[in-house]
Design a protein around this ligand. Structure first.
Ligand code: P6P
Length: 359
């Protein structure tokens, strides 16, 4: 029986590259290495319940959270593989205090910011978790095409942009300058969802083959939500505008589609992915729960900004709730926190009206 050949993610990346005749493949090469890291992490995550991987490593990360062995494994897997891929000049990870340099002689033209295993507190209870990544062109590059190295004047000879390691300055760039972003969700199946600025596409891993196949071409988030995702345990710590908005979503207005259903997993990638596919709004607003974290819990560089790029490419929107769009924020430090309201455009616009006091 004829079975149509599934489009592999490598084929999809090559098709994207072909759309840029001047490209020669640095970004494609970067993606292919990142995908190998994702498959490695997926295999380990799926073994977590069986191997002695569960339990704490006894260390804590910059966030002061206990680092579970899978966190460490995921961080090291990405760090070691990408440090010698030749396409990246500097990295930052949620698990590392400072920038991560690449191996000498392997400096490339891109930067990589990543959360190696977000939602890791859910590992022991078998809830979906994920890896989030964000790719920029290094600042020293003069904005050449995002799918390859910069050509030199001498024609065929190619060189990677910049032959020295990158710096924090290369990482501290606005979200609207990302060349690519996405996530891998380790759930009932492992899925890779990403954008390079030409739509959002989802790929599902066939573990029996070890290949990601295109399963969700050109993902578009529904125009209006039916779910809201927020930790209502923080209600008492929110400002009045935020409380009014959540109370509004829970009022009955059947014509207006309210009350919304509440769906909150406590794993950002899982909550975001459900909302992307089915429609929803996710909120992690500023709160006064912890004076050390007045801007909420989530990080700009490797959580809010990459998901904002994905959601905007899918037709949605991402804001802070204090008048800023996530992609417009000029980062000041690597582990900067921001409030995050992200999802269907209609709902994020409506939330913005409440949070700014207009409603
Ligand atoms: P809370 C997981 O630890 C995480 O960083 C995100 O994945 C998730 O959205 C958030 O924290 C949950 O935080 O305060 O609701 O438990």
């Amino acid at each position: 029986m004829y079975r149509p050949l599934g489009i592999t993610v490598s084929r999809h990346i090559m098709d994207l590259q072909r759309m840029h005749p001047e490209a020669t493949g640095d970004l494609s090469g970067l993606f292919n290495e990142l995908i190998v890291a994702a498959k490695t992490i997926s295999a380990e995550v799926n073994m977590a319940g069986l191997a002695d991987v569960l339990g704490m490593s006894g260390k804590t990360n910059i966030q002061g959270e206990e680092v579970q062995k899978l966190d460490e494994f995921s961080n090291n897997t990405i760090k070691k593989r990408m440090a010698r891929c030749g396409y990246v000049c500097v990295m930052t990870s949620e698990e590392e205090d400072d920038i991560i340099p690449v191996s000498e002689g392997y400096e490339g033209k891109y930067t990589l910011a990543f959360d190696p295993l977000d939602g890791s507190s859910n590992i022991d209870v078998n809830v979906s978790i994920g890896t989030i990544f964000s790719i920029h062109r290094r600042k020293s590059d003069d904005g050449e095409p995002s799918f390859g190295r910069r050509s030199t004047d001498s024609g065929d000879e190619w060189q990677s942009a910049g032959d020295e390691g990158g710096s924090a300055e290369d990482l501290l760039q606005k979200g609207n300058r990302q060349v690519a972003a996405g996530y891998i969700i380790y759930g009932s199946s492992t899925m890779l969802v990403f954008t390079t600025g030409e739509g959002v596409h989802g790929f599902t891993l066939d573990p029996s083959v070890g290949e990601f196949y295109l399963s969700h071409p050109d993902i578009k988030i529904p125009g209006k939500s039916k779910y809201f995702s927020v930790n209502e345990g923080n209600y008492t710590y929110w400002d009045e505008n935020m409380r009014c908005y959540i109370d509004y979503l829970k009022e009955q207005d059947l014509e207006g589609g309210r009350p919304y259903s509440s769906r909150y997993i406590g794993s950002l990638v899982a909550d975001f992915h459900r909302n992307l596919i089915s429609g929803g709004i996710f909120l992690y607003p500023k709160d006064n729960k912890n004076p050390a974290k007045p801007s909420g819990k989530l990080r700009l560089l490797y959580e809010a900004a990459p998901l904002a790029f994905v959601v905007e490419q899918a037709g949605g929107r991402a804001i802070t709730g204090d008048g800023r769009d996530i992609l417009e924020i000029e980062p000041q430090e690597l582990h900067q926190r921001v409030p995050l309201i992200i999802g269907c455009r209609y709902d994020v616009d409506e939330a913005e009206d409440f949070l700014s006091g207009k409603r």
